[in-house]
Structures are given as structure tokens and as C-alpha cells.
Design a protein around this ligand. Structure first.
Ligand code: CDT
Length: 314
């Protein structure tokens, strides 16, 4: 058995009036609580440090950039790294990253993974950016990830850390089987992710329970079909007058939810995850080496789609 006690740290809504320091105080409280419960890894949500700003259209780029970090650790986030080291707890944190690459400013929806000394061991930049690039004048709110972020340039990777093979993805990535398979093919034993999922669908009427259903369906299928643990942490509840779903969860390699949030606020969802638990599945049903037929999967990588998009952007 290789047991890793993990906490999905659900974070209730972050209002746009909340300063980074105030948010970090809330995260530190969760980190301390997780350490007291003997957790070795704490998974925070996507864009943990701010409100989910892609719901708002900003005409001025400076107003967008105010939500981005130019350095992590930076002045406001450094206490998290210090606490991780002091407590001996690793963490995963999502944030908006602004970097200069080859003379150009790039903006990514990013997440990092540290080890138990607070040292960053892995970085992932979100690849599946949902939503739209232009303002939708009739929508109740926006989802402008395609406008505000560049597509991640680091691929789907795994890292040897915390005694296992760890993968990362972010929010909408969880809905794409390609994400899970690329991580599964690299032997991921645990995939950690954060999400901000609006309760309301801005494109067509969808019963709210389906938002939770498709969230659970995605993480449970991803876990089972790749025999990996999944630790999913929500930013949830009421945020700047808009609701985000909760449902932070830990899913075992059999696809079962073994722990789930019971509130919409700051809450730890804890489980002892045996990283060996997926070995039987990987040796039998999902022994990729014996059973996969990549010669029949070519369509998956030769094009994004074989029919044109019908989406009207703006
Ligand atoms: N943050 C994020 O990726 N949210 C999406 C909302 C999809 S609706 C445009 C999600 O997949 O949960």
C-alpha cells in the first residue's frame, strides 16, 4: 500500500472586492486544518486567488491584467509556500499567470504542484479553454476564457512526486477523454484539478442538476478508464452575484466517489488514497499495452473535428 492522505480544499466564492491577502488567509486556514488532519497534499481550485473574472467583459486590457499574477510565489502568495514548508504539506494551486515569452506577453490559466517542502515540482497551463472570445450581448453573464487566455503550451504531463505519479488538468479539461488518456498513458496514479463551473448554462436552458451530473460523470469516467485517483476541488457558491457548483470530490480508480463536499463553502474533503489501488485494473481491463488499438484511433489526432463549428461568437 502507498497511502497518500489528500484533501480537496473547496473554496467558497471569492468576491471581486476581496484582496489577494484576504484570500490567502482563507487558504492558509484550510492548509493548517489539512495538516492537523495529517493530509500530505491539499488541492485548491482553478483561479483560486480571485473571482472567476471571465464572467465579465472588460474593454480595457489593464482591467483584465489586474486579475493575473506575474510571479508565484509573489508577495501575496509567499505565505502559502512558507506554511507548506513549515507544515510539511504539498499543495496544488490554480491562478491566472501573466508571462513574457519571446518578447510577447502571454496569459495562461495555470496550476502548480508543490512537494512537501513547498518547492514547485510541476506546472500545467490549461489547454481546453471553454466559452467564447467576443462579448455575448444577450447572455446573463460571459465566459470569456477564449478572450483572456492563451492555450496552454506545456502539454499534459505527469510528475514523480509524493510517492506516486501525479498529473494535473484544469476544469474544462476534465470533460475531454483525450485529457485523461494522455495522462493515463503516462501512468498517472492521481490527477488533481480545480474548477469554476457556473451553475447556469448561458447558451441554452439546462436543469441545474445536470451541471453536477456532468461534472461527476466526467471525473468518474476519467478515473475509471485510466485507473487513476482524481482529486477535484471547486470554487463554489455565490460569487459576485453568480452561482458556481460545489461537489468537490475524490474519486477512486474504480470510478467511485469516495468523499464529496457537503457544503458550498470553504471545506476540506479528505481521503486516504492508496496509490496501488489501480494496479489490478491496469494489469487487466485497462492493460493498455495488450488491449489498446491505436491503429484505429487516428481520427482523434488528425483533426479537431470533421464538421464545421455552428457556434455564433458575438
Ligand atoms: N472554468 C471552466 O472551465 N468552466 C467550464 C464551464 C463550461 S460552460 C462555458 C467547465 O467546464 O466547467
Amino acid at each position: 500500500m502507498r497511502v497518500l492522505r489528500v484533501a480537496a480544499a473547496q473554496v467558497g466564492g471569492i468576491q471581486s472586492t476581496e484582496r489577494r491577502e484576504q484570500v490567502v488567509e482563507r487558504l492558509l486556514a484550510l492548509l493548517e486544518q489539512a495538516a492537523a488532519d495529517h493530509c500530505r497534499l491539499v488541492v485548491f481550485p482553478e483561479l483560486t486567488l480571485t473571482t472567476f473574472f471571465p464572467r465579465t467583459f472588460y474593454g480595457d486590457q489593464a482591467d483584465v491584467d489586474a486579475w493575473f499574477e506575474t510571479a508565484v510565489p509573489g508577495p501575496e502568495t509567499a505565505p502559502l509556500f512558507v506554511a507548506a514548508r513549515r507544515l510539511g504539506v504539498a499543495f496544488h494551486l490554480g491562478y491566472a499567470e501573466l508571462v513574457r515569452q519571446e518578447g510577447r506577453v502571454r496569459r495562461y490559466n495555470t496550476a502548480i504542484l508543490t512537494d512537501e517542502t513547498g518547492a514547485i515540482v510541476g506546472k500545467y497551463r490549461k489547454i481546453h479553454l471553454p466559452g467564447h472570445a467576443r462579448r455575448l450581448p444577450d447572455a446573463p453573464f460571459q465566459h470569456l476564457e477564449k478572450r483572456y487566455f492563451d492555450v496552454g503550451d506545456l502539454g499534459f504531463r505527469v510528475w514523480e512526486a509524493l510517492g506516486g505519479t501525479m498529473g494535473m488538468c484544469i476544469c474544462n479539461d476534465r470533460r475531454w477523454p483525450e485529457t485523461w488518456r494522455v495522462l493515463g498513458l503516462q501512468g498517472a496514479e492521481m490527477v488533481v484539478l480545480g474548477y469554476n463551473t457556473p451553475e447556469e448554462n448561458i447558451h441554452y436552458r439546462e436543469p441545474p442538476h445536470l451541471r453536477m451530473f456532468s461534472h461527476r460523470l466526467s471525473i468518474q469516467a476519467g478515473a475509471y478508464q485510466n485507473a487513476t485517483w482524481v482529486v477535484a476541488a471547486a470554487k463554489s457558491g455565490l460569487e459576485d452575484g453568480h452561482r458556481l457548483i460545489a461537489g468537490s470530490a475524490i474519486v477512486s480508480p474504480t470510478g467511485e466517489i469516495v468523499a464529496e463536499a457537503s457544503t458550498e463553502g470553504d471545506e476540506l474533503v479528505i481521503h486516504d488514497c492508496d496509490l496501488d489501488f489501480g494496479a489490478d485494473l491496469r494489469r487487466t481491463m485497462f492493460d493498455f499495452a495488450r488491449h489498446r488499438r491505436p491503429e484505429h484511433y487516428g481520427l482523434i489526432t488528425s483533426a479537431a473535428s470533421y464538421r464545421p463549428s455552428t457556434f455564433q461568437d458575438g
